[in-house]
Every structure is written in structure tokens, then in C-alpha cells.
Design a protein around this ligand. Sequence first.
Ligand code: CA
Length: 130
Amino acid sequence: MHLLVIEDERALCETIVRSLRRLAYSVDCCYDGQSAAEMLAVERFDLVVLDLNLPGEDGMTVLRTLRERDRDTRVLILSARCEVADKVAGLDAGANDYLTKPFNILELKARVRALLRRAAAQWWMLNTPS
Ligand code: CA
């Protein structure tokens, strides 16, 4: 599984990347919306952990651009924006899950595993003759 973590707080980003690598995923990261958009345009990821308040392109813009051509990549928004309206907007724009900061790393890891399980189950259903 290939994951991308988009988070501009570098210490937090490193912590997330390290924890996800321990789950044996291959994890890339970037710190701003512009690099995120560029990486998503050329590389295929199974799951993206996406912060919303980013320098350069906002996380919501990154998400909308991704969804214009890719419905499969799982997107988990990880944001300090905690209003119901923010969560609704994120999920409606195509995010698969939304976790608010502050968060517990164990919960983030559990949600990542759940999203990847769902993706695997969906793949199996689509590719198995009935
Ligand atoms: Ca941020």
C-alpha cells in the first residue's frame, strides 16, 4: 500500500509518517498544497492523509482537483477545522473520512486500516465473477 501524508506541521508530519511506516505501508509526505497537487498528478496512492490548512493550495482545493479524475484513492482529512459544516463540506467534496485535531495516533492508524480494508473489499467484489 502506498500512502501520502500532506501536513505542513513538520514534526506532526514526521510522527504520522513514522507510525504508518510501522504498519508496513510505503509512505511519502509533503508540506504544502502545491507539492501535494503535483505529486497526486503523477503518482497513484491508495490513501492520502490530508490537512486542510496548508500553505499554497488549500486542502479542499487539493481534494477537489484529485476527485475530478480519481474516485478510488481513499482520502482521510485530518484537520483542526472541527465545525460540522467543515466536516460536511469535506465529505461532500469526496473525502472518505474526517478526523479532527487534536487526535490520537492510535485512532488515526485504526481509521487508515479501516479505509484500506474497505478499498480491498470493494476491489474484490468488482473483480470476482459471481
Ligand atoms: Ca496545517
